[in-house]
Design a protein around this ligand. Structure first.
Ligand code: ADP
Length: 154
């Protein structure tokens, strides 16, 4: 059976931290679906179509990576896609505490789906999308935090 994993998130925008997690997860799975949660409760800076395009461009030519948008419980989306794994990245203990709760709830709802945590590489620990948005709001240069393929858009 194909080992399919979902990497869910907002990707507002995708960063080199996200990119690294996806690339490192590839040897573990047959297919990794990067799934953008279309959550109306969460105000995003960039439109969902743009976020999707940037992710597609980042992983252009990598067959195993698919990009999609979803609007339902993550575990329900996993079932729809026949995915048994959820990938999440961990930067620090704050991420851990937050992620632990979500993973436990997901296990409660759907025990057959495993959450797999990958620790960030040390050089990406401080990179997060909200900090990139903040720098952009004040006109700063964010290129170095973004995947090479999409830097020309910023
Ligand atoms: P969410 O809104 O679900 O937090 P994000 O797009 O912020 O979505 O993050 C998606 C996933 O990527 C989360 O598991 C998050 O911990 C992880 N992540 C974000 N930035 C980094 C980074 N610099 N290094 C490793 N993982 C990261």
């Amino acid at each position: 059976m194909k080992r399919i994993a979902i990497f869910p998130g907002s990707f507002d925008p995708i960063t080199i931290g996200h990119q690294s997690i996806v690339l490192r997860s590839l040897p573990l799975f047959d297919e990794v679906i990067i799934a953008i949660g279309d959550n109306t409760q969460k105000k995003c800076m960039f439109p969902i179509e743009k976020r999707k395009q940037w992710i597609e461009k980042t992983f252009e030519g990598i067959e195993k990576v698919k990009v999609d948008v979803y609007n339902m419980l993550t575990v329900d989306y996993c079932k729809q896609k026949n995915a048994k794994y959820i990938i999440r990245g961990l930067r620090n203990s704050i991420d851990f505490q937050y992620e632990q709760n979500i993973a436990l709830i997901n296990t409660e709802i759907c025990p057959e789906i495993e959450t797999i945590f990958l620790l960030t590489e040390p050089q990406y620990t401080s990179i997060n999308s909200s900090f990139i948005r903040e720098i952009m709001n004040f006109g700063g240069d964010v290129k170095r935090f973004l995947p090479e393929n999409i830097r020309m858009d910023f």
